[in-house]
Write a protein that binds this ligand. Structure first.
Ligand SMILES: NC(=O)c1ccc[n+]([C@@H]2O[C@H](COP(=O)([O-])OP(=O)(O)OC[C@H]3O[C@@H](n4cnc5c(N)ncnc54)[C@H](OP(=O)(O)O)[C@@H]3O)[C@@H](O)[C@H]2O)c1
Length: 273
């Protein structure tokens, strides 16, 4: 049995990402549900998490009492109200604040916190629920100790990369929005599969496993995607014919443009007062 960690974690905002993080940490078997408290205003919507053993609350100030780590998993347009609510209750010495809020720079969070508050910006994705997140951790203005606490936590729920703050917006577009991009690609492949003879449920399973295997080829062998593509495309074959048709329709171009559009949008999500 893995040794469990006694860190008390409070997640403010038990929506998609907050709930996924909580479940991912418990799935790692290093954290227990009863050491994690989750909040949201609509307490009823935390019933399932409550039955899974998590602490739940509608009061952010109550929930952060005794927490070692406070995770902000609130939408950018809602975070200022939460920061004003908890600002005076944060114990700077003993509490680390981890912000998952898209678009909110460290200094914007710090404005509402006591002086010298320890804040680390982190950008994970929803695959955190199954411990397969690509999580980018902002190291700008953070101490080595706080970076280690944060990295140790997010290493339990996927891969981590340490980045300066100027790259967090790029990480948001590529890795957090990226989940939706790859899922849409899988859905499109499955729709193609249905056109050529498979029931939808079989087609999705076949497309998803093919996508998983393709990603694993890159991650395990460390080769460039084109090297793996060369291995699938025989001369005058059906793969190169299909691939070139997709490129004629703008496959690579549309993905690149979509990622750049998300990058632009990610800069305007946090409302300046
Ligand atoms: N989803 C992703 O893939 C992803 C990836 C990276 C980063 N992010 C960022 O992570 C943050 C959360 O995203 P999300 O997708 O989890 O959003 P979400 O599903 O809308 O969750 C936000 C939660 O915050 C709660 N909330 C709002 N005001 C609150 C308050 N005053 N006190 C306590 N809880 C409050 C909401 O519940 P009530 O309405 O019941 O209060 C809601 O459950 C956002 O900043 C997002 O940009 C998301």
């Amino acid at each position: 049995m893995a040794k469990t960690n006694n860190t008390k974690i409070t997640i403010l905002g038990g929506g998609n990402l907050g709930a996924a993080l909580a479940r991912g940490l418990v799935a790692s078997r290093k954290h227990k549900a009863n050491q994690i408290t989750i909040t949201r205003r609509n307490l009823k919507k935390l019933d399932t998490l409550k039955t899974e053993g998590f602490g739940v609350s509608a009061s952010n100030t109550e929930a952060i009492k005794n927490a070692d780590v406070i995770v902000l998993a609130i939408l950018p347009q809602q975070i200022q109200a939460v920061l004003k609510d908890i600002g005076n209750s944060v114990d700077v010495k003993n509490q680390l604040i981890i912000s998952l809020v898209t678009g909110a720079k460290n200094e914007a969070i710090a404005e509402h916190m006591p002086a010298k508050a320890r804040i680390i910006r982190v950008m994970p994705n929803t695959a955190i629920a199954i411990r397969e997140s690509m999580t980018c951790i902002c190291i700008t203005n953070a101490s080595k100790v706080d970076i280690k606490i944060t990295k140790d936590l997010f290493d339990l729920v996927g891969e981590t990369m340490l980045l300066e703050e100027e790259y967090i917006r790029s990480a948001t577009a590529l890795c957090s929005c990226g989940v939706a991009f790859f899922l849409r690609a899988i859905r499109a492949a499955a729709q193609g599969g249905t056109e050529i003879g498979f029931h939808a449920s079989d087609a999705i399973r076949m497309a998803a496993q093919t996508a998983k295997g393709s990603a694993a080829l890159l991650l395990e062998r460390g080769r460039h995607p084109e090297t793996e593509i060369d291995g699938v495309t025989s001369p005058q074959g059906c793969t190169i014919a299909g691939l070139n048709e997709m490129e004629h329709q703008g496959l690579s171009s549309s993905i690149i443009k979509g990622i750049k559009t998300s990058y632009e949008k990610a800069d305007n999500l946090y409302p300046d007062e």
